[in-house]
Ligand binder design. Sequence first.
Ligand code: NAP
Ligand code: MG
Length: 485
Amino acid sequence: MTFLEYAPAPESTAILDIKPSYGLFIGGEFVDARGDAFATISPSTEEHITTVGEANADDVDRAVKAARLAYDKTWSKLSGSERGKYLFRIARIIQERSRELAVAETMDNGKPIRETRDVDMPLVAAWFFYYAGWADKLEYAGLGPKPQSLGVAAQIVPWNFPLLMLAWKIAPALAAGNTVVLKPAETTPLTALLFAEICQQAGLPEGVVNIITGAGSTGAALVAHPGINKVAFTGSTPVGRSIAASLAGTDVRATLELGGKGANIVFDDAAIDQAIEGIVSGIFFNQGHVCCAGSRLLVQENIHDDVLHRLQRRLQTLRLGDPLDKNTDIGAVNSKVQLERISALVDAGEAEGATRWSSDCVLPDKGFWFQPTVFTNVHTSHRVAQEEIFGPVLSVMTFRTPEEAIAKANNTPYGLSAGIWTEKASRMLAMANALRAGVIWANTFNKFDPASPFGGYQESGYGREGGRHGLAAYLEASDQKAGGR
Ligand code: NAP
Ligand code: MG
């Protein structure tokens, strides 16, 4: 196929004012980190963006103490409507600065500007608006007449939706009256640091939000700190498991949002072209770095060849390249390490006998890239059918009956998401009842709303974020407040 060439349409980075280095945001101000400084780079160009500080155990201690002081002295004393005013203010500033935040996120993470501009940032603002509205209505959350905040929340987020995961964590915590210490991922600290500036701009009382940058050891020190009352973690299942082990025997509450291997199930009565778009957004949105990605396609056997043909034709039209270009569909993989993980699992897929097809887009010389890839002839025992690849790689399997689709979809240690494509509402409901997944979409995929709870079964973790359920994770139903370890 030949296509007309597109002229480059890069978003300008002039709107950004990135400092050459950032400290930690503790007690309302930026302070020097005691650990070693490290760089954050752009995964699409490998260029240095800025230098950030690594929080060591002493820094973690300072941050937790600042959060405790703020909790005791100010935040827990404010009325819900006063807390709500700050959250509304933060939400409005996010909207005002959304272009700047979108550019920063695209540079630091590698995801297309079309996504940061049209998905991430609108959702970040929506999350703060939604929970701002709850702040003065906690007694109507279904948790009794006087739900109590927990205290200091330790929050750890991954690199795939850096600012959105921050919003999922900080908005409900603050609305419920907790203070927070948040650690962004090592490769994507930039928007969390800009968020710290937004807290200053909003006049948020000092110490209510503390942002500490660093790697896994900073996160481990944070969850091991004796002064915290709650851990909210989003990341991989192995790290989630180690956090659960470190919290065992304490009364620190935990929410773990972990990995997934979502099944996207297409029946032969589905609107096929619509389903193709859902398959594409299910696994190629955000380069497949999505915990709830539809990474396993289950397609009814009699339409397999037709679906594959249309899917491959559609994938050939996806534009991979400069994520700041407004025409780009597929950006860079977030890091060299992640690219190596994807490559290793794709090699394993080929070695185990699955058939690999990749779109023939040209990969740039610099940066970390992977072509949209589809595996067919996949067996349920193959690693590409069982393990989370967290990249733009789809594994296709077939089924004949709804029962077989359910058995195959549920044949995973995870249980985060699933999709159903059919014209029959009765089939949608029957399937949804039988699928062991926290979020199930019908005739759509990867749709998010702050009012809707999100979370997993089995190795996808426990607890819910979003909606009233997400608020409950930061509140004690009785007057008995958690007392730490
Ligand atoms: P990860 O390695 O588990 O990292 C997640 C966060 O935990 C990062 O901030 C990381 O710091 C930190 N961390 C690493 N080791 C730690 C330790 N021992 N103690 C405390 N914190 C530690 O996960 P990832 O590879 O960055 O993210 C991808 C995973 O996240 C995927 O499995 C994906 O499915 C999952 N995810 C789940 C959801 C959900 O809602 N269920 C959403 C998004 C992503 P560093 O950055 O320095 O390593
Ligand atoms: Mg980076």
